[in-house]
Design a protein around this ligand. Structure first.
Ligand code: FES
Length: 163
């Protein structure tokens, strides 16, 4: 297994081991460890999952289950501009699905994916606490309320021109 790893995998493995030094090999430390890894990489790399699995002696499936249960953990890196479309009830009834469809069409990726140039990613979120402005989408931390497909197009155009 060790020799099949590429440089990046080795780096992630070493760095994850460094993080793990803070934690005794106890199962209830998993969330804390995942928080640290997510903060370091912006997602939880596969190699980090393997390293954690060995350290805590728990199956990969269990780690995967925890990562996918909590929305703050992600399995993929995000793009420079992460477009989050709110599919919570208030936004959904005001047509946020059409915003999501448009973002996917414009960027040629699905939710949870990143464009090949690393510039954009798309996320589906459930209520960002701005229901009065429904439908809502966000680009990183910036909220766009009472959004339309036209506005989404303009925002994507704007960021496509930026580096
Ligand atoms: S449902 Fe979208 S902000 Fe609340």
């Amino acid at each position: 297994m060790e020799e099949k790893m590429n440089c990046m995998d080795k780096k992630v493995r070493e760095e994850t081991k460094e993080i793990l030094k803070k934690y005794p090999p106890e199962k209830d430390r998993l969330i804390g460890i995942l928080n640290d890894v997510q903060e370091k990489y912006g997602y939880i790399p596969k190699q980090a999952q393997l390293t954690i699995s060995e350290h805590l002696n728990i199956p990969m499936a269990e780690i995967y289950g925890v990562i996918t249960f909590y929305s703050r953990f992600t399995l993929q890196p995000k793009g420079k501009y992460n477009i989050s479309i709110c599919l919570g009830t208030a936004c959904f009834v005001k047509g946020s699905q059409s915003l999501l469809d448009r973002a996917k069409e414009r960027l040629g990726i699905e939710s949870g994916e990143v464009t090949p140039d690393g510039k954009f990613s798309i996320d589906e979120v459930r209520c960002v606490g701005a229901c009065g402005l429904a439908p809502v989408f966000m680009v990183n931390e910036e909220v766009y309320g009472k959004a339309t497909v036209k506005q989404l197009d303009e925002v994507i155009d704007k960021y496509q021109k930026e580096n």
